[in-house]
Write a protein that binds this ligand. Structure first.
Ligand SMILES: NC(=O)c1ncn([C@@H]2O[C@H](COP(=O)(O)O)[C@@H](O)[C@H]2O)c1NC=O
Length: 504
């Protein structure tokens, strides 16, 4: 029996090869791997000896040879195959142990293009695919974590077809993932974000306790080709993150990262319930908290600057699922850690938002660029123009609005939300809810943003009844003029942005 071993990640390979030898395997190996094996006392032979060719072209051709692929691919139960390999002096290869050049690591460490290309493994995936195709006769081992089990199975004679098929599934998943990364890298070089054919390539990070609801199984995957806000985040404390936590966190981070100044976003059910900016994080937090003291219960709080002790203390009375910040003062951490279950996350806000927004629907996958444009223009369409403070609030409200599920209305004052209403099937309902859910709020002088245009003037009429002073919306409705007239009648300033922010 022969095992061909050719690995970049040499973890555990010597012990595995020594183990295989005990079960009668003759080991054949490539340059660097051979050296490690010989040093460990494995009686391995070189691939050159097997093929009768030297490794050549700086390692570009080592195992790409009929003696290798014929040895792997012939069907043992097929007499013609067996006769053919015999005729050509090809010995059967019964096990292929291969892992691949570190394309991902080379790319991520910012190496030049030529070096990245050199780290595209050709011979490795070829052998993996050959062995996986012929899994009934060949065991394909691509993961060092499997070495132990394979030796165990050799010992109790359970390296059977069913297990070899499982190894084949892992093998094809690996080559698919590997090629997906390479494909995306090359598409990126052409600035092609919507290629004709594409593979995403996802690496399982962990299973989750459950999905959106306890009866749904779920797992979380890492997209190795994307660096975005959650990339490299660390959890300092608290229970493991759930499916809903991660989904909600995404909105929290995307909103908090919109601002240069200290900003706090409070999220429930993947939609903001409050947000504020301030001179300090403490100020921003207090104002966000006061904006909605009810919904924050069980929410996620993300901030774009260090969490200090004062802010941590202010959170003390509130039940939160997650706090996320770029860093924590020692004292803040001490205070927060008193809450056993609170998940405390460190986020790298220098990472950008993900460039693509991907939605899997039933049978179709929708891919779009992330909504990165806040407004195309700022055009005052009323006789009254917003004051500087009102315009600042309008811009702030529109940024928050962008992250609220449609139909969305955000009312703000002095850089803090006053009312948010989203996920409504009619625009007027969104505004009615914003007002109805906040019976104690005074909307006089507030600024209002709408994620899409007003189809009728009813939103302006209701805004006027509640003293709202300025409105921002994309404009573009057939009845825009009705809304403009209604604003002029009530002295409301209205600004058109030309940019819609639906979020479904
Ligand atoms: N070109 C080939 O024929 C070839 N055959 C095997 N490899 C890769 O060479 C690596 C091992 O090289 P070494 O044993 O020299 O450290 C493995 O990751 C294996 O996938 C090859 N390298 C690249 O394609």
């Amino acid at each position: 029996m022969k095992a061909l071993i050719s690995v970049t990640d040499k973890t555990g390979i010597a012990d595995f090869a020594l183990g295989l030898e005990k079960f009668g395997y003759e080991i054949v190996s490539t340059g660097g791997t051979l050296k490690v094996l010989l040093d460990a006392g494995v009686k391995a032979i070189s691939i050159d000896e097997l093929t009768g060719f030297p490794e050549m072209l700086d390692g570009r051709v080592k195992t790409l040879h009929p003696k290798v692929h014929g040895g792997i691919l012939h069907i043992r139960a097929n007499e013609t195959h067996v006769a053919t390999v015999k005729e050509h002096g090809i010995d059967p290869i019964d096990m292929v142990v291969v892992n691949l050049y570190d394309f991902e690591g080379t790319l991520k460490s910012g190496k030049p293009h030529d070096e990245i290309v050199e780290n595209i493994d050709i011979g490795g995936p070829s052998m993996i695919r050959s062995a996986a195709k012929n899994y009934k006769d060949v065991a394909v081992v691509t993961d060092p974590k499997d070495y132990e089990e394979i030796l165990e199975r050799l010992s109790n004679k359970t390296l059977d077809e069913a297990y070899k098929r499982k190894l084949a599934y892992k093998a094809f998943s690996l080559t698919g993932y590997y090629d997906a990364m390479i494909g995306r890298y090359f598409a990126g070089l052409e600035n092609e974000i919507f290629p004709e054919r594409t593979a995403i390539g996802l690496l399982k990070e962990s299973s989750l306790r459950y999905g959106e609801n306890p009866h749904q199984n779920a797992a979380v995957y890492e997209d190795a080709m994307t660096t975005s806000l959650m990339t490299g985040m660390t959890q300092l404390h608290g229970k493991e993150l759930s499916f809903n936590n991660l989904n909600d966190l995404n909105t929290a981070l995307e909103l908090a990262s919109e601002f240069e100044e200290p900003a706090v976003a409070v999220i429930k059910h993947a939609t903001p319930c409050a947000a504020a900016i301030g001179g300090t994080i403490y100020e921003a937090f207090v104002r966000a908290y006061e904006a909605d003291k009810v919904s924050i219960y069980g929410g996620i709080v993300a901030m774009n600057k260090e969490m200090d002790a004062e802010t941590a203390t202010a959170m003390d009375e509130i039940f939160l699922e997650i706090v996320a910040a770029p860093s924590y003062s020692e004292q803040a951490l001490e205070i927060l850690k008193k809450k056993k279950n609170l998940r405390i996350l460190v986020i790298n806000f220098n990472n950008k938002k993900s460039a693509l927004d991907v939605k899997f629907t039933s049978g179709k996958v929708l891919i779009q660029e992330t909504d990165n444009l806040n407004y195309e223009k700022l055009e005052t369409v009323t006789t009254t123009a917003p004051t500087k403070a009102q315009l600042d609030d309008l811009k702030f409200a529109m940024i928050v609005c962008k992250h609220v599920k449609s139909n969305a209305i955000v009312i703000a004052k002095d850089g803090a939300t006053v009312a948010i209403s989203g996920g409504q099937t009619s625009r007027i309902w969104a505004l009615q809810n914003a007002i109805r859910n906040n019976p104690d709020k005074d909307f006089t002088g507030c600024s209002l943003a709408s994620d899409a245009f007003f189809p009728f003037d009813d939103c302006v009429t209701l805004s006027a009844e509640h003293g709202i002073a300025a409105i921002m919306q994309p404009g573009g409705a057939g009845r825009d003029q009705d809304s403009i007239d209604a604003c002029n009648k009530s002295g409301i300033a209205m600004v058109f942005t030309g940019t819609r922010h639906f979020k479904h």
